[in-house]
Design a protein around this ligand. Structure first.
Ligand SMILES: [Zn+2]
Length: 263
Protein backbone atom coordinates (compact mmCIF):
# COMPACT_ATOMS: atom_id res chain seq x y z
CA UNK A 1 0.00 0.00 0.00
CA UNK A 2 2.74 2.40 0.98
CA UNK A 3 4.61 1.56 -2.22
CA UNK A 4 1.53 2.24 -4.32
CA UNK A 5 1.06 5.59 -2.59
CA UNK A 6 4.69 6.43 -3.20
CA UNK A 7 4.34 5.60 -6.89
CA UNK A 8 1.22 7.74 -7.19
CA UNK A 9 3.08 10.71 -5.73
CA UNK A 10 6.10 9.94 -7.89
CA UNK A 11 3.95 9.95 -11.05
CA UNK A 12 2.21 13.19 -10.10
CA UNK A 13 5.57 14.78 -9.33
CA UNK A 14 7.29 13.72 -12.58
CA UNK A 15 4.30 14.52 -14.80
CA UNK A 16 4.15 18.02 -13.31
CA UNK A 17 7.83 18.39 -14.15
CA UNK A 18 7.23 17.47 -17.78
CA UNK A 19 4.14 19.68 -18.02
CA UNK A 20 6.39 22.50 -16.85
CA UNK A 21 8.72 21.82 -19.84
CA UNK A 22 11.68 22.47 -17.51
CA UNK A 23 10.63 26.08 -17.05
CA UNK A 24 10.97 26.78 -20.77
CA UNK A 25 8.02 28.65 -22.19
CA UNK A 26 6.24 28.18 -25.47
CA UNK A 27 6.67 31.26 -27.65
CA UNK A 28 3.72 33.64 -27.46
CA UNK A 29 2.65 36.60 -29.55
CA UNK A 30 -0.39 36.97 -31.80
CA UNK A 31 -2.47 39.67 -33.36
CA UNK A 32 -5.79 39.92 -35.20
CA UNK A 33 -3.83 41.88 -37.82
CA UNK A 34 -1.75 38.81 -38.70
CA UNK A 35 -3.08 36.78 -41.62
CA UNK A 36 -3.97 33.11 -41.17
CA UNK A 37 -1.13 31.75 -43.30
CA UNK A 38 1.53 33.64 -41.37
CA UNK A 39 -0.05 32.59 -38.06
CA UNK A 40 0.05 28.93 -39.13
CA UNK A 41 3.63 29.25 -40.36
CA UNK A 42 4.68 30.85 -37.06
CA UNK A 43 2.91 28.20 -34.95
CA UNK A 44 4.74 25.45 -36.84
CA UNK A 45 8.11 27.20 -36.58
CA UNK A 46 7.62 27.90 -32.88
CA UNK A 47 6.79 24.28 -32.08
CA UNK A 48 9.65 22.82 -34.16
CA UNK A 49 12.18 25.25 -32.67
CA UNK A 50 11.11 25.17 -29.03
CA UNK A 51 10.38 21.44 -28.55
CA UNK A 52 14.10 20.45 -28.77
CA UNK A 53 14.97 23.22 -26.30
CA UNK A 54 12.24 22.11 -23.88
CA UNK A 55 13.22 18.45 -24.03
CA UNK A 56 16.93 19.21 -23.63
CA UNK A 57 18.10 18.19 -27.12
CA UNK A 58 19.50 21.65 -27.91
CA UNK A 59 22.10 22.76 -25.38
CA UNK A 60 22.90 26.41 -24.63
CA UNK A 61 19.76 27.71 -26.35
CA UNK A 62 17.77 30.12 -24.17
CA UNK A 63 14.16 31.19 -24.47
CA UNK A 64 13.11 32.90 -21.22
CA UNK A 65 14.33 33.81 -17.76
CA UNK A 66 13.10 32.80 -14.30
CA UNK A 67 9.37 32.07 -14.54
CA UNK A 68 8.75 32.99 -10.88
CA UNK A 69 10.23 36.50 -10.86
CA UNK A 70 8.56 39.67 -12.10
CA UNK A 71 11.35 40.46 -14.52
CA UNK A 72 11.40 40.79 -18.30
CA UNK A 73 14.05 41.55 -20.92
CA UNK A 74 13.52 43.91 -23.86
CA UNK A 75 15.55 42.88 -26.91
CA UNK A 76 15.98 44.75 -30.19
CA UNK A 77 17.19 43.06 -33.39
CA UNK A 78 18.62 44.33 -36.68
CA UNK A 79 20.41 47.49 -35.44
CA UNK A 80 22.21 49.65 -36.25
CA UNK A 81 20.60 52.15 -38.56
CA UNK A 82 20.87 55.94 -38.73
CA UNK A 83 17.31 56.54 -37.59
CA UNK A 84 15.26 54.24 -35.38
CA UNK A 85 18.04 52.76 -33.27
CA UNK A 86 18.84 56.19 -31.80
CA UNK A 87 15.14 56.86 -31.21
CA UNK A 88 14.86 53.56 -29.31
CA UNK A 89 17.92 54.57 -27.27
CA UNK A 90 16.28 57.95 -26.52
CA UNK A 91 13.14 56.24 -25.15
CA UNK A 92 15.15 53.76 -23.07
CA UNK A 93 17.22 56.61 -21.66
CA UNK A 94 14.08 58.63 -20.80
CA UNK A 95 12.73 55.70 -18.74
CA UNK A 96 16.16 54.59 -17.49
CA UNK A 97 15.54 51.07 -18.83
CA UNK A 98 18.46 48.87 -19.96
CA UNK A 99 17.94 46.55 -22.93
CA UNK A 100 19.80 44.10 -25.16
CA UNK A 101 20.59 44.83 -28.81
CA UNK A 102 21.35 42.08 -31.31
CA UNK A 103 23.20 43.92 -34.05
CA UNK A 104 24.12 43.02 -37.63
CA UNK A 105 27.77 43.79 -38.37
CA UNK A 106 27.66 44.53 -42.12
CA UNK A 107 25.60 47.75 -41.82
CA UNK A 108 28.01 49.13 -39.18
CA UNK A 109 29.63 52.08 -40.96
CA UNK A 110 30.92 55.57 -40.21
CA UNK A 111 27.38 56.97 -40.12
CA UNK A 112 26.07 54.65 -37.42
CA UNK A 113 29.20 53.56 -35.53
CA UNK A 114 28.37 56.20 -32.91
CA UNK A 115 25.00 54.47 -32.37
CA UNK A 116 26.77 51.20 -31.59
CA UNK A 117 29.14 52.83 -29.10
CA UNK A 118 26.29 54.92 -27.67
CA UNK A 119 24.22 51.79 -26.93
CA UNK A 120 27.18 50.24 -25.13
CA UNK A 121 28.12 53.44 -23.25
CA UNK A 122 24.53 53.88 -22.05
CA UNK A 123 24.62 50.47 -20.37
CA UNK A 124 22.84 48.29 -22.92
CA UNK A 125 24.18 44.98 -24.18
CA UNK A 126 25.52 45.06 -27.73
CA UNK A 127 25.42 41.47 -28.97
CA UNK A 128 25.72 39.75 -32.34
CA UNK A 129 22.99 39.03 -34.89
CA UNK A 130 25.49 37.76 -37.51
CA UNK A 131 27.44 39.65 -40.15
CA UNK A 132 25.01 39.59 -43.08
CA UNK A 133 21.78 38.29 -41.46
CA UNK A 134 21.75 34.89 -43.23
CA UNK A 135 19.70 31.82 -42.40
CA UNK A 136 22.32 29.84 -40.48
CA UNK A 137 20.56 26.58 -41.40
CA UNK A 138 21.67 27.24 -45.02
CA UNK A 139 25.36 27.62 -44.10
CA UNK A 140 28.30 25.26 -43.57
CA UNK A 141 29.83 25.06 -40.09
CA UNK A 142 32.80 27.10 -41.41
CA UNK A 143 30.52 29.86 -42.70
CA UNK A 144 28.56 29.92 -39.41
CA UNK A 145 31.82 30.22 -37.48
CA UNK A 146 32.87 33.12 -39.69
CA UNK A 147 29.51 34.89 -39.21
CA UNK A 148 29.79 34.63 -35.42
CA UNK A 149 33.43 35.61 -35.06
CA UNK A 150 33.57 38.49 -37.56
CA UNK A 151 30.46 40.03 -35.97
CA UNK A 152 31.87 39.89 -32.45
CA UNK A 153 35.20 41.27 -33.72
CA UNK A 154 33.43 44.22 -35.35
CA UNK A 155 31.45 44.90 -32.17
CA UNK A 156 34.62 44.64 -30.08
CA UNK A 157 36.34 47.17 -32.36
CA UNK A 158 33.55 49.68 -31.60
CA UNK A 159 32.71 48.91 -27.96
CA UNK A 160 35.80 47.19 -26.56
CA UNK A 161 33.73 44.10 -25.68
CA UNK A 162 33.60 40.75 -27.53
CA UNK A 163 30.06 39.31 -27.27
CA UNK A 164 29.58 35.57 -26.75
CA UNK A 165 25.77 35.70 -26.76
CA UNK A 166 24.11 35.94 -30.18
CA UNK A 167 20.68 35.68 -31.77
CA UNK A 168 20.21 33.67 -34.99
CA UNK A 169 18.55 35.64 -37.83
CA UNK A 170 14.89 34.50 -38.23
CA UNK A 171 15.46 32.31 -35.15
CA UNK A 172 16.59 29.76 -37.69
CA UNK A 173 18.49 26.91 -35.99
CA UNK A 174 18.87 23.14 -36.12
CA UNK A 175 21.09 20.60 -34.36
CA UNK A 176 24.05 21.26 -36.64
CA UNK A 177 23.83 25.06 -36.15
CA UNK A 178 23.53 24.66 -32.38
CA UNK A 179 26.55 22.31 -32.28
CA UNK A 180 28.70 24.72 -34.32
CA UNK A 181 27.64 27.69 -32.19
CA UNK A 182 28.45 25.81 -28.98
CA UNK A 183 31.83 24.65 -30.30
CA UNK A 184 32.69 28.31 -30.87
CA UNK A 185 31.83 29.17 -27.27
CA UNK A 186 28.68 31.16 -28.06
CA UNK A 187 25.19 30.77 -26.53
CA UNK A 188 21.99 31.16 -28.55
CA UNK A 189 19.39 33.62 -27.28
CA UNK A 190 15.86 33.20 -28.69
CA UNK A 191 12.76 34.83 -27.18
CA UNK A 192 9.51 33.81 -25.47
CA UNK A 193 7.29 36.73 -26.53
CA UNK A 194 7.28 38.00 -30.10
CA UNK A 195 5.99 41.60 -30.21
CA UNK A 196 5.33 40.92 -33.93
CA UNK A 197 6.49 44.48 -34.67
CA UNK A 198 8.19 43.14 -37.80
CA UNK A 199 4.84 41.94 -39.16
CA UNK A 200 2.07 44.21 -37.88
CA UNK A 201 3.61 47.74 -38.02
CA UNK A 202 0.84 49.18 -35.85
CA UNK A 203 1.87 50.58 -32.49
CA UNK A 204 -1.44 49.92 -30.69
CA UNK A 205 -1.51 46.31 -31.90
CA UNK A 206 2.11 45.84 -30.79
CA UNK A 207 1.35 47.22 -27.30
CA UNK A 208 -1.78 45.04 -26.96
CA UNK A 209 0.05 41.94 -28.10
CA UNK A 210 2.87 42.43 -25.57
CA UNK A 211 0.69 43.41 -22.61
CA UNK A 212 -1.94 40.67 -23.06
CA UNK A 213 0.67 37.90 -23.39
CA UNK A 214 3.30 38.93 -20.83
CA UNK A 215 4.59 36.28 -18.36
CA UNK A 216 7.20 36.43 -15.61
CA UNK A 217 10.67 36.00 -17.11
CA UNK A 218 9.71 36.76 -20.71
CA UNK A 219 12.36 37.74 -23.23
CA UNK A 220 10.58 40.11 -25.61
CA UNK A 221 11.52 40.27 -29.30
CA UNK A 222 11.41 43.68 -30.96
CA UNK A 223 13.23 45.39 -33.82
CA UNK A 224 14.90 48.77 -34.10
CA UNK A 225 15.92 48.97 -37.76
CA UNK A 226 14.72 51.41 -40.43
CA UNK A 227 11.39 49.66 -41.09
CA UNK A 228 10.27 49.71 -37.46
CA UNK A 229 8.99 53.20 -36.67
CA UNK A 230 5.89 51.65 -35.00
CA UNK A 231 8.20 49.99 -32.44
CA UNK A 232 9.57 53.39 -31.39
CA UNK A 233 5.99 54.63 -31.04
CA UNK A 234 4.88 51.57 -29.03
CA UNK A 235 7.87 51.46 -26.69
CA UNK A 236 6.91 54.17 -24.12
CA UNK A 237 3.49 52.58 -23.54
CA UNK A 238 4.97 49.08 -23.29
CA UNK A 239 7.47 50.26 -20.67
CA UNK A 240 4.85 52.23 -18.69
CA UNK A 241 2.33 49.38 -18.69
CA UNK A 242 4.89 46.73 -17.72
CA UNK A 243 6.10 49.01 -14.90
CA UNK A 244 2.49 49.35 -13.72
CA UNK A 245 2.17 45.55 -13.76
CA UNK A 246 5.19 45.41 -11.43
CA UNK A 247 7.87 44.26 -13.88
CA UNK A 248 11.56 45.10 -13.60
CA UNK A 249 13.61 45.26 -16.80
CA UNK A 250 16.79 43.19 -17.00
CA UNK A 251 19.33 42.63 -19.75
CA UNK A 252 19.50 39.10 -21.18
CA UNK A 253 22.73 38.25 -19.34
CA UNK A 254 21.05 39.20 -16.05
CA UNK A 255 17.72 37.46 -16.67
CA UNK A 256 19.53 34.27 -17.80
CA UNK A 257 22.53 34.39 -15.45
CA UNK A 258 24.99 34.23 -18.37
CA UNK A 259 28.20 36.03 -19.28
CA UNK A 260 27.59 38.43 -22.20
CA UNK A 261 31.20 39.11 -23.15
CA UNK A 262 34.49 37.29 -23.37
CA UNK A 263 36.94 38.63 -20.78
ZN1 LIG B 1 16.97 39.90 -37.63
Amino acid sequence: MKIRLFFTFFLIFTSSLFADTNGIYDIRGSSPLLDTNLTQFLDKWRYETIAPVQNGTYKNVFVNGNTTQKTVALTFDDSPDENNTDKVLDVLSRYNVKASFFMIASPMNDANATTVTRASNEGHLVLGHCFTHPRLTDLTPEAITQQLNTTSERIEALTGKYPILYRPPYGSINQSVVDTVNTNGFATILWSLDSLDWAIKDSNAIVNNVITHIRDGDIILMHSSQANAATVQALPEIIEKLHTLGYTFLKVDEILGLKAYKQ
